[in-house]
Design a binder for this molecule. Structure first.
Ligand SMILES: Cc1cc2nc3c(=O)[nH]c(=O)nc-3n(C[C@H](O)[C@H](O)[C@H](O)COP(=O)(O)OP(=O)(O)OC[C@H]3O[C@@H](n4cnc5c(N)ncnc54)[C@H](O)[C@@H]3O)c2cc1C
Length: 376
């Protein structure tokens, strides 16, 4: 550690913040992590992970835990509105020859794996609090917290997600998240017969998909156009998702529709997007993850790029001689990849909403997934 960075604060204990705390503390920094949710809960159905995320989990020494609790498979099968496979997208084995090219896991399981590793590190985890003020001077940053305490830091990492208060504080003129005119439905189901790997069905207007989160269960996702971001009452979730699934000719999806019940953890989520133009840091405060590049899930890569941000940031801090140069080097390594994910995901959404070219959709998927396999 040549840059004199000894103590860091990570704001936000999601996938990006947990990974940052873990790597910075493993690199010898004293790390405080503050998480606003006193229960440090993680919501949601499954999360798909690219081979590049499995590669990071391997680097973190957590891949075996992932393989115990999640599921890994090779390739993506694209189907039409019926069950005919129209394309097979390869997912190279970037985490190692023995490790399939992608996977999925229940979100709370991934959060537990990471939070246990953070707890086992030297990170000081403080739950149920956040900051009220970040004041930088020539020697460091004084951060004041909602419990009335304050502390000094050499580095502040804002990893507090789409509606980041850190971003709002450091870059008050930053763009706001934008609703993209689509929403996604998700549910957790027993794995239907015939689903070997990530499988997507492209209907005339709707897109559905499944990914195995364990040997016996899948999470289902279905994107739907929603011109307005209006409230959808939870009591209507099962009937609405069933009606959407019934629009596909696929016998697999029709069977799922028939069997769908309130017990399948159905979640509805309007989709928003945000890409903060560079810089992503000001002085000693840097933003990572959804706080700077919140993508829609069309490439299932938001968590992937947030986790990668954390790894690259820790690496640049460890090898840099000057904090400003390290943070610029971090951005240089991250900008293009993260821009690609947010903008290509947005383009996929546009094509789906406006009935655009299927060929362009398939080409963007292939090229983006290939790019994500490249080294970070
Ligand atoms: C519907 C949907 C499906 C998705 N599917 C996938 C997928 O399959 N694969 C994939 O890779 N990505 C997926 N993503 C993207 C992925 O969920 C996000 O990119 C990822 O969770 C971002 O992690 P993060 O840690 O940056 O932010 P968050 O997950 O938002 O974490 C932020 C954390 O900060 C805390 N926090 C917030 N404000 C404060 C504050 N002021 N002080 C302290 N703490 C605070 C929050 O409680 C939270 O714990 C999907 C996203 C959506 C919307």
């Amino acid at each position: 550690m040549n840059s004199g960075i000894k103590k860091a604060l990570v704001i936000g204990g999601g996938f990006s913040g947990m990974t940052a705390a873990l790597q910075l503390s493993r690199n010898g920094l004293a790390v405080d992590l503050v998480e606003i949710d006193a229960g440090w809960r993680s919501y949601g159905a499954g999360i798909s992970l690219h081979g590049s995320t499995l590669r990071v989990l391997n680097q973190l020494g957590l891949l075996d835990r992932f393989l115990e609790e999640g599921f890994a498979t090779d390739g993506v099968h694209m189907r039409g509105p019926d069950d005919a496979v129209v394309a097979r997208i390869p997912t190279p084995r970037v985490a190692g020859p023995e490790i399939p090219g992608g996977g999925a896991i229940m979100r709370p399981a991934l959060a537990r794996i990471l939070s246990e590793a953070v707890r086992a590190s030297s990170t000081n985890v403080r739950l149920g609090i956040t900051f009220t003020d970040i004041a930088e001077d020539a020697e460091g940053v004084t951060v004041t917290f909602t419990d009335g305490t304050s502390d000094r830091y050499d580095l502040v990492v804002g990893a507090d997600g789409l509606y980041s208060a850190t971003r709002q504080t450091v870059f008050p003129d930053a763009p706001r998240p934008r609703f993209i005119g689509q929403a996604v439905w998700r549910a957790v189901l027993p794995c239907p017969e015939g689903i070997e790997t990530v499988t997507m069905w492209m209907g005339p207007k709707l897109k559905a998909g499944m990914n195995r989160v364990t040997k016996d269960t899948v999470y289902l996702f279905l994107t739907e156009d929603r011109p307005e971001n209006t409230h959808v009452p939870p009591e209507s979730f099962t009937a609405t998702l069933r009606a959407l699934l019934e629009q596909f000719a696929s016998p697999i999806l029709r069977k799922v529709a028939a069997e769908l019940s309130d017990g399948h953890q159905i979640i509805y989520r309007p989709l928003e997007q945000l890409l903060l133009p560079r810089p992503w840091h000001k002085g000693r405060t840097v933003l990572i993850g959804d706080a700077v590049h919140a993508t829609t899930p069309h490439l299932a890569a938001g968590a992937c790029i947030g986790i990668e941000d954390a790894m690259v940031l820790a690496e640049e801090i460890a090898q840099g001689e000057d904090l400003s140069a390290s943070l610029t080097a971090f951005e240089d390594r991250r900008w293009e990849r993260c821009r690609m994910v947010v903008e290509n995901s947005g383009r996929l959404a546009d094509i789906e909403v406006n009935g655009g070219s299927r060929e362009e959709h398939a080409a963007i998927m292939q090229v983006s997934m290939k790019t994500l396999t490249e080294a970070i």
